[in-house]
Write a protein that binds this ligand. Sequence first.
Ligand SMILES: C[S@@+](CC[C@H](N)C(=O)[O-])C[C@H]1O[C@@H](n2cnc3c(N)ncnc32)[C@H](O)[C@@H]1O
Length: 352
Amino acid sequence: MTDTLTKLAYQTFQQGKSYFGVAHKALSTQLEQLAVGKRDNEIFPLSPDVVERIYNSLNQIIETDWNDAETGIYPVETLFDNSWGDFFQYYPLVWLDLPKIWDRVRNKQYQSFDSQIDLNDYPKYYRQNFHHQTNGYLSDLSANLYDVQVDILFNGAADAMRRRILAPLKQGLSHFAEVPPSQIRVLDVATGTGRTLRFLRSMLPKAALFGTDLSPAYLRKANQLLSQLPGELPQLCQANAEDLPYGNEQFHGVSCVFTFHELPGPARQNVIDQCYRVLKPGGTFVICDSIQKDDDPHLNPLLHNFQTTFHEPYHRSYSEDDMTARLERSGFVEIATQLHFMSKYWVAHKPA
Ligand SMILES: C[S@@+](CC[C@H](N)C(=O)[O-])C[C@H]1O[C@@H](n2cnc3c(N)ncnc32)[C@H](O)[C@@H]1O
């Protein structure tokens, strides 16, 4: 009975976020058209059949999320860990930021940053207003708005998508049964505001957790949010994922969520090489990212619309990239893929 009620509560919670996401996107598109007119990009209309497929896969990922919690892969409470804690404080700023975004879109400005931001420390490919974000990843405002914006984009399922790395990672860590839980070391590469680290902490309350990112602002936000959790604070470090600041064979598990589509091809390979280098033999690497072209041909129009509407300069090349071949090139073996809702997963192992 309690389980049924909790499941209902979780489904209702997700449905609320999904409705909110749809309403926000519809309203902001309308407002943009009223204020500055239609964008001159080609958007493919989605057929009712495609919309139905999207909602079916959304329901499916929520069901899988519930099942993984119910079977004890992570605690049921994790399902209710939401990224909307700052909602009342920051959601109005999402709207206030929109006119700036529309302005940049109209003027085709994709690398626009406040003058006090020193861009020299960052690779060229990173100096972008990804998804038209004001100041890209390089401001505290961007870090404060990011979690809610991503959850709106994915109709409330962003965390359910992130949590799909947990089961394969836990399975991979079971190969280190002789290692005491407090000596298990897991790294989340390009952790952003640390959502994935939160979920890793709830699944592995004793493990030593590590997170890196290039953005000091996002790391500040991650530090603030992760400090609220009981247990040891994950160790955060500002670093380029192409050059991880760790010795060889340091981690039993490595994850990387929603980042590869924001890297050009050579950087993608460098990051995979680095993840391989820092993993212990027998360790597991799990990637979560966007679905790719032809994973579900019905969804190709949706991918096209995403690439056209958002500023995602490397998504097109990512969506046609053979990531399994890249993983093999680094030395990974036993590579499996999964699809959940709008995301794709690669689970890869370093030979023992
Ligand atoms: C779309 S966000 C994903 C963040 C987080 N993993 C999540 O699940 O929300 C991409 C993140 O990758 C980081 N990033 C991009 N390129 C990077 C690089 N070369 N090295 C380290 N971090 C990078 C950005 O700063 C940003 O935080």
